[in-house]
Design a protein around this ligand. Structure first.
Ligand SMILES: CC(C)(COP(=O)(O)OP(=O)(O)OC[C@H]1O[C@@H](n2cnc3c(N)ncnc32)[C@H](O)[C@@H]1OP(=O)(O)O)[C@@H](O)C(=O)NCCC(=O)NCCS
Length: 415
């Protein structure tokens, strides 16, 4: 079946996580993604966190599906020529080098435009223009600089980073949207353009509600859905709110049966206002449905701690799945805390292609997260990541190089 991005060729100069997640998505949508790697070494993640000696790590394989790999020494004069040929043939160049690396290689925006005015040059950087623009950045730096860490964790503890890779994979997603948008604009203008997704900006975009809260705090000095209310104190900045729900419907993580030994025997419970009476019935506190201290959402806000403690007395008598089943019967929003082990075994996620088993010639079968975005007319089939340089000859031939030229370039160390 045809794919949404059939015919789009991507020169993938990405490494580590942020850039590769972006180009992997584009590959899943049908783009031909040609990953350019350093000869002999490749993307550093090939050898990071290895679980099998001398075999591409899961870190690499899970971020580079459906791509082709060519090895080029882009600092070698003849390697540069090969890269120029690729730039002329591709629609998009995606990179996430440290600031200035592409320029130092000789591929400035102006040079790329000379070679191919239709080329879209898309970059992930740690920061946008400003005091930190020259800094190298990894995931947790972005989480800290983008407002996630200062607003995550508990009031009496230090800032905490989250396991979700919002700095890397989150920015990759932002960049992918920028690229397809630029491709669409190019259909009218015929011109390429630069696309920048800074990791700080991407994280901040995902922390938008916390900037909302900063302004609420500045105006009123208090936020009633935060656990600091009514007994704790608010400072000048948005505090860490533990497991409180980010929205207007208070929620918290509650213990379930087995919590003493199972670190994930918990459920997220939301006291959504429209189902308050049902919640009271389920936990056996029918009187709360009409009592003036509990019947309305504003009346409940100063009593959330007591209310969640009471609900927890009920959830602790059920497993998280039992609780989920009962609560869902009454349309009470809740969610089990699922471990990665449970998620990996979940049949419905396998069925939708969100979790996929892939076969790899060196490592055998492994699980990966498939394309989370489903298009009805452009289904995703997840193919294994390429071995280092696996497609060098194939791509060189497509660029018009003869077998003799390829051998000569290889001997010269350019590819
Ligand atoms: C992630 C990061 C910190 C890694 O830094 P690093 O390992 O030092 O790697 P760099 O990006 O600086 O690139 C290293 C060098 O390899 C060179 N290189 C890369 N591919 C090459 C190739 N095929 N042939 C020859 N040289 C190559 C680059 O030109 C650069 O050389 P230079 O420093 O002399 O200019 C940095 O790339 C960065 O800040 N990226 C932007 C933000 C980002 O994406 N971070 C998230 C990572 S998940």
């Amino acid at each position: 079946m045809a794919k949404a991005l059939d015919g789009v060729r991507i020169l993938d100069f990405t490494h580590v996580q942020s850039g590769p997640t972006c180009t992997q998505l584009l590959a899943w949508f049908g783009a031909d993604v040609i990953k350019v790697e350093r000869a002999g070494a490749g993307d550093i993640t090939r050898e990071q966190l290895r679980d099998i000696p001398d075999v591409d790590s899961l870190y690499f394989t899970m971020l580079n599906h459906n791509k082709r790999s060519v090895t080029i020494d882009t600092k070698h004069p003849e390697g540069k020529q090969v890269l120029e040929a690729l730039i002329q043939k591709c629609d998009v160049l995606v990179e996430n080098f440290a600031p200035g690396a592409l320029d130092r290689m000789g591929f400035t925006w102006e040079r790329i435009q000379e070679l191919n005015p239709r080329m879209i040059v898309a970059s992930v950087k740690g920061f946008g223009p400003g005091p930190y623009e020259d800094c190298k950045v990894y995931e947790n730096v972005a989480q800290c600089a983008g407002g996630a860490a200062s607003t995550t964790g508990f009031d009496d503890g230090p800032p905490v980073v989250t396991g979700a890779q919002i700095g890397d994979s989150g920015t990759g997603l932002h960049l992918a949207l920028g690229i397809v948008t630029a491709l669409y604009q190019r259909t009218h203008t015929g011109r390429g353009q630069r696309v920048l997704a800074a990791m700080q900006d991407g994280v901040l975009n995902l922390c938008r509600v916390k900037l909302r809260d900063q302004q609420r705090l500045d105006r009123t000095g208090v936020m009633k859905e935060y656990p600091q209310y009514p007994n704790g104190t608010f400072g000048e900045a948005v505090p860490r709110s533990g497991n409180a729900s980010g929205g207007g419907q208070p929620g918290w993580i509650l213990k379930c049966k087995g919590w003493e030994t199972d670190p994930n025997a918990y459920i997220y419970f939301i006291t959504q206002a429209p189902v308050w009476a049902k919640i009271c019935n389920v936990i056996g506190k029918e009187e709360w449905a009409t009592h003036p201290d509990y019947a309305t959402a504003p009346a409940r806000l100063p009593r959330l701690k007591e209310i969640f403690a009471e609900i927890e007395r009920w959830t602790m008598t059920k497993s998280k799945f039992e609780a989920m089943q009962i609560l869902n019967k009454y349309d009470i929003p809740c969610g089990p805390i699922l471990s990665m082990k449970e998620i990996a075994a979940e049949p419905s996620l396998r069925k939708t292609g969100t979790i996929v088993e892939v076969d790899h010639p060196q490592r055998g079968k492994y699980l990966t997260v498939g394309n989370p975005i489903k298009l009805s007319d452009s289904p995703t089939d997840v193919r294994r990541s390429p071995l280092l340089g696996e497609h060098t000859d194939e791509v060189m031939a497509e660029l018009g190089y003869s077998a003799e030229q390829i051998t000569a370039l290889r001997t010269a160390g350019a590819i």
